[in-house]
Design a protein around this ligand. Structure first.
Ligand SMILES: Cc1ncc(COP(=O)(O)O)c(C=O)c1O
Length: 485
C-alpha cells in the first residue's frame, strides 16, 4: 500500500494525477465544509447551512402525489411489475421511443409550445454534465477552445475540459450592464485567442444563466447567432434552467430564434442545445441529460458516444409516463415557478432591508448577491477573505464569484430552492447578524476608538438588538474580524 502511494504519480495517467477536475476550488471547498458539519435545526443548529447547491426541491410533494397515483409507471410495484422484464433488458442507445417522445414534448411545453423538438434528435447522456463532455468531444480537439461569457457555472471547467483537453476562454461581462454579453466582449475574446494561436471552435452560453438568474433577450440571442455564423463556429446553448423562469420577461430558447429564418441567417448545423431534468424537474439523481443538435453528424456521433452515459431504462420508463401526463406537467411547471418566485421574494426583501442588493433576476434557483461593500478592498484576495468568514464563522456555504470566473470581486451566489423553511430563516438571521456586526465594527473604526493593531473579537461585541443574536448563530461564539480590518 505504501509502495502504491509513493509511486502513484508514476503508475497512473496524467488525467488521474492531474488537477483537471478542479475540486480544489472554493466552490467545492464549500461543499466539503458543509459535509463535515451539516446544519440540522435540532441536532446541529450551529452547523453549516448549504446554500451552494443549485437544487430545486420545492415541488417534491407534487411528484410524490403523481407517483402514488400512477403505480404502473414503476416496474417495482404490483401494478407495474409485468413490464419488468421488457424494461430490464432494454439496452438500445437510441432510448425508449416513448421516453424520447415525452422528453421532446416536455422541452416544447417548457418553451411555451412555440417550437417543437424532433424525438429522433434527442440523445441521452449522464446529466448535462455528460452532455457537455460529449458535445465537447464531438466538436473540438485537444487544445481547441470554446468561448464562455463570465460569470459561468464552475462545473464547465471540469465537464468540457478535464478529459477532452479542450480549453475554455472567458468572455468578460460586467455589472454596469447587468453582465450582458456584448459583441465587443465577444470580439475581444476571439481576437485574444487568435493572438495566442488558439483555434476557437464554439461559444457556450447558459440561458437562463447560472449564476446570474437572468435570461438572454431575443435581440442578444440573434446577435450571438450572427457572431457564430460569421466566425463559422458552434453555438452550444445550455438551457437546463428553462422552466425555472418565474416572472417576466418570458424565456426565449435558441430554438425559437433559429426558427425565424426570414429575419436571421443561420447555419443550423452550428446549433446545439444541452438540456437535463436536474433543475427544471429537480431530479439530479436520475442523471437525465439531453443533447439536442440540429446537425445530423453531431447527433450520430453523440449517440455513439452516449453508450458511456446512458439513462437507465427504468428511469426512462418512469419519466416517459410522467412527462407525457399533460395535466401533471402543466401543474408542475406553473406551481414550480410560483414557488420559486415566492422564495426569491422571501430572500431578496430581507436582504435589501440590511442593505444587501442582488442582481435583478427572474429565473434560476439562486441569487447573485452583491457584497462588494463588505470587501476590505476590491480584489479577489479580499473576496476570498470575506468568503472564508462567511463559511467558517457565519457558517453559510455560499459560492464566491471568483469560482464563477466573475471579473469583479464581491459577488456571491446564494442558492434558494432547497427544502426547509427553518434553514432559510436561520440563514437570513445569520446574514442579518453578520451585517449588523460588520456595521458595528465600521462605526467603531470611524470613531477611532480602537487601536489598529488590536484584534477585535466579535464575541466581545454588544449588539444593540437583543433578537439579533440568534441561538442558531454560530457567530455568537466566533471571532469575525479578518474580513473587516
Ligand atoms: C449551467 C449548468 N449546466 C450543467 C449542470 C450540470 O447538471 P446535471 O446535474 O444535469 O449534470 C449544472 C448544474 O448545476 C448547471 O448549473
Amino acid at each position: 500500500m505504501g509502495f502504491m502511494n509513493s509511486n502513484a504519480k508514476h503508475l497512473l495517467s496524467k488525467i488521474a494525477t492531474g488537477n483537471g477536475h478542479g475540486e480544489n476550488s472554493p466552490y467545492f471547498d464549500g461543499w466539503k465544509a458543509f459535509e463535515s458539519n451539516p446544519f440540522h435545526p435540532t441536532k446541529n443548529p450551529q452547523g453549516v447551512i448549504q446554500m451552494g447547491l443549485a437544487e430545486n426541491q420545492l415541488c417534491f410533494d407534487l411528484v410524490q402525489e403523481w407517483i402514488l397515483k400512477n403505480p404502473q409507471a414503476s416496474i417495482c410495484t404490483p401494478e407495474g411489475v409485468y413490464d419488468f422484464s421488457e424494461i430490464a433488458v432494454f439496452q438500445d442507445y437510441h432510448g425508449l421511443p416513448e421516453f424520447r417522445n415525452a422528453v421532446a414534448k416536455f422541452m416544447a411545453k417548457v418553451r411555451g409550445n412555440r417550437v417543437r423538438f424532433d424525438p429522433d434528435r434527442i440523445v441521452m447522456s449522464g446529466g448535462a454534465t455528460g452532455a457537455h463532455e460529449t458535445i465537447a468531444f464531438c466538436l473540438a480537439d485537444p487544445g481547441e477552445a470554446f468561448l464562455v461569457p463570465t460569470p459561468y457555472y464552475p462545473g464547465f471547467d471540469r465537464d468540457l475540459r478535464w478529459r477532452t483537453g479542450v480549453q475554455l476562454l472567458p468572455v468578460t461581462c460586467e455589472s454596469p450592464n447587468n453582465f450582458k454579453v456584448t459583441r465587443k466582449a465577444l470580439e475581444a475574446a476571439y481576437e485574444s485567442a487568435q493572438e495566442k494561436n488558439i483555434r476557437v471552435k464554439g461559444l457556450l452560453i447558459t440561458n437562463p444563466s447560472n449564476p446570474l438568474g437572468t435570461i438572454l433577450d431575443k435581440q442578444t440571442l440573434r446577435e450571438l447567432v450572427s457572431f457564430i455564423n460569421e466566425k463559422s463556429i458552434h453555438l452550444i446553448c445550455d438551457e437546463i434552467y428553462a422552466a425555472t423562469v418565474f416572472s417576466q420577461p418570458d424565456f426565449v430558447s435558441i430554438s425559437e430564434v433559429i426558427e425565424e429564418e426570414k429575419e436571421i441567417a443561420c447555419n443550423r448545423d452550428l446549433i446545439h442545445i444541452v438540456y437535463s431534468l436536474s433543475k427544471d424537474m429537480g431530479f439530479p439523481g436520475f442523471r437525465v441529460g439531453i443533447i439536442y443538435s440540429y446537425n445530423d453528424a453531431v447527433v450520430q456521433c453523440c449517440r455513439k458516444m452516449s453508450s458511456f452515459g446512458l439513462v437507465s431504462s427504468q428511469t426512462q420508463h418512469l419519466l416517459a409516463s410522467m412527462l407525457s401526463d399533460d395535466v401533471f406537467v402543466d401543474r408542475f411547471i406553473a406551481e414550480s415557478s410560483k414557488r420559486l418566485e415566492k422564495r426569491y421574494q422571501d430572500f431578496t426583501f430581507p436582504l435589501a432591508q440590511v442593505g444587501i442588493n442582488c442582481l435583478k433576476s427572474n429565473a434560476g434557483l439562486f441569487l447573485w448577491m452583491d457584497l462588494r461593500h463588505l470587501l476590505k478592498n476590491q480584489t479577489p484576495e479580499a473576496e476570498m477573505e470575506l468568503w472564508k468568514v462567511i463559511i467558517d464563522e457565519v457558517k453559510l456555504n455560499v459560492s464566491p464569484g471568483d469560482s464563477f470566473h466573475c471579473s469583479e470581486p464581491g459577488w456571491f451566489r446564494v442558492c434558494l430552492a432547497q427544502k426547509g423553511q427553518s434553514r432559510r430563516r436561520v440563514a437570513l438571521t445569520r446574514i442579518r447578524t453578520f451585517v449588523h456586526q460588520n456595521k458595528e465594527v465600521k462605526n467603531r473604526l470611524k470613531r477611532k476608538c480602537w487601536n489598529s493593531n488590536l484584534r477585535l473579537s466579535f464575541s466581545s461585541l454588544r449588539v444593540d438588538h437583543d433578537n439579533m443574536m440568534s441561538p442558531h448563530s454560530p457567530m455568537a461564539q466566533s471571532p469575525l474580524v479578518r474580513a473587516m480590518n
